[in-house]
Ligand binder design. Structure first.
Ligand SMILES: Nc1ncnc2c1ncn2[C@@H]1O[C@H](COP(=O)(O)OP(=O)(O)OP(=O)(O)O)[C@@H](O)[C@H]1O
Length: 299
């Protein structure tokens, strides 16, 4: 089932289009990447889903129902601009947010204690936010976002501001929630950071969706049929169809396009040139696919 469906959404800020005729379907479960460069319209879309702002026209449905204030409790939202009360203690603040999302006092305290323990930050409970580093405060904000077990978790640039170790911690928590059935929607302009994380993606450029679908399918459709080959030894006579040859540390590497036949045929051909060290298809990155799509749209 689809957890979120967006039909013909438009939003302008004066002359500036932020969203133009955007249709989107977010399937239940999995990680959905909302990708696009700065200013593409991602935050605008997320703010509309969170009912912080309204679209000019178009519709948003959550679990088949037109989006309404009652759906706020179904959503956990980690905004790019983090919003915590600087003077309040971590523990009190998390309990406050949990109560706001409808948990009773007992459940709120139990949940907060559980998350502080899980992320190994019980010692921060009595600290004020203003005494935490940016990364520490972001961990607290992450807990505030997931404390009410939302069905859909929306994360805007979730890894910015974290060091690599803490980014990994948040990533693993996110994947654990996904395993439990939470739908995760994450927005980023750093496409390389989510290449291996997303099950579905939508790419937005200059307010318009340029591509969406299951990532595996998109990658499959974008296959280049170019293979990267490494052969043991140097001074190997390569046929003209081998591109970008390079010799390094006694190994010759090059790229070759599969024009007809199968990868097996190509491998056999390459084996005739020398001792094969490696042979792999050059899979385009999300960023390369995005650039390709933007070019196609421009034409
Ligand atoms: N409050 C606002 N007033 C005027 N223009 C706005 C406002 N918010 C966004 N915009 C414009 O709308 C467009 C989309 O902005 P949006 O913040 O949604 O992009 P984004 O994809 O989230 O970018 P980023 O990756 O930089 O966060 C941009 O051209 C932006 O300048």
């Amino acid at each position: 089932m689809d957890i979120l469906k967006i039909d013909g959404l438009n939003k302008r800020y004066g002359e500036q289009a932020a969203l133009t005729d955007v249709d989107l379907v977010v399937p239940k479960g999995g990680v959905f990447g909302l990708l696009g460069p700065n200013g593409a319209g991602k935050t605008t879309l997320i703010r509309i889903i969170n009912q912080i702002i309204d679209g000019d026209s178009g519709s948003v449905f959550l679990k088949g129902e037109p989006l309404s204030p009652k759906h706020i409790k179904n959503i956990g939202y980690l905004p790019e601009e983090r919003g915590l009360y600087k003077r309040m203690k971590v523990g009190d603040q998390l309990i406050y947010f949990a109560r706001l999302k409808g948990l009773n006092g007992h459940d709120a305290r139990t949940k907060v204690a559980g998350w502080l323990k899980k992320l190994d930050i019980q010692a921060w409970s009595e600290k004020k936010i203003e005494d935490l580093s940016k990364g520490m405060a972001q961990k607290v904000q992450f807990i505030a976002t997931v404390i009410h077990d939302p069905e859909i978790l929306i994360l805007d640039e979730p890894f910015s501001g974290f060091d690599p170790v803490n980014a990994e911690v948040i990533k693993n928590e996110m994947l654990e929630l996904k395993e439990k059935g939470t739908t995760v929607m994450l927005s980023t302009h750093r496409m390389e950071s989510v290449d291996l994380l997303c099950d579905h993606i939508a790419m937005i450029n200059k307010s318009r969706k340029v591509l969406d679908g299951p990532l595996a399918q998109i990658k499959d459709q974008s296959r280049s049929n170019i293979y990267k080959v490494k052969l043991q030894g140097t001074d190997i006579a390569l046929p003209a169809k081998c591109h970008h040859p390079k010799e390094e540390y006694g190994v010759t590497s090059f790229e070759v396009t599969l024009e007809n036949g199968t990868p097996n045929d190509l491998l056999r051909e390459v084996m005739g040139l020398g001792e094969v060290v490696s042979f792999e298809e050059r899979i385009p990155t999300i960023e390369e696919i995005f650039i390709q799509k933007v070019k196609e749209h421009a034409q």
